[in-house]
Write a protein that binds this ligand. Sequence first.
Ligand code: SF4
Length: 157
Amino acid sequence: MFVLLRQLHSDRKTAGIARPARRLSLAVRHVDAGSCNACEHELGATANLFYDLSRHGITITASPRHADVLLITGAITSRMVIPLLSAYQAMPEPRLVAALGDCAMGLGVLGDHRDLAGPLEHLLPVDVRIPGCPPTPEQILDALASSGLAGRATTLR
Ligand code: SF4
């Protein structure tokens, strides 16, 4: 196993792929609160072999009880308010919130429809905003890995 890891680090060094600056971990719980799925598509791409989210110590968790960050996509439909708040309340302290995409920030194509409860910051304290429609995998990765979220989650614990 360690031989393989050493070989991998050596190959990455040869290929000029930089090591992540931080060695902290960040567990992310994603909730789709009414998106068109394009934001999810780009988020999913961050986990592929090219972007390799886990190399930065970031994992997507299925349970809010294991999460440091609640990552929300979509325009926050009225019906998603209770599930969204339930997920937030289930998270251990300290908990951070990230808005992914223009819709979550109230800037999306759906505008100010009566069935929308967004923007997200009207419901929860937002720590990181990732603009775009949709944001690219690079932008998402950069925001999660470089925004200091992992450091803040660790410091607050
Ligand atoms: S920000 Fe754009 S891509 Fe993301 S959910 Fe809204 S409309 Fe879709």
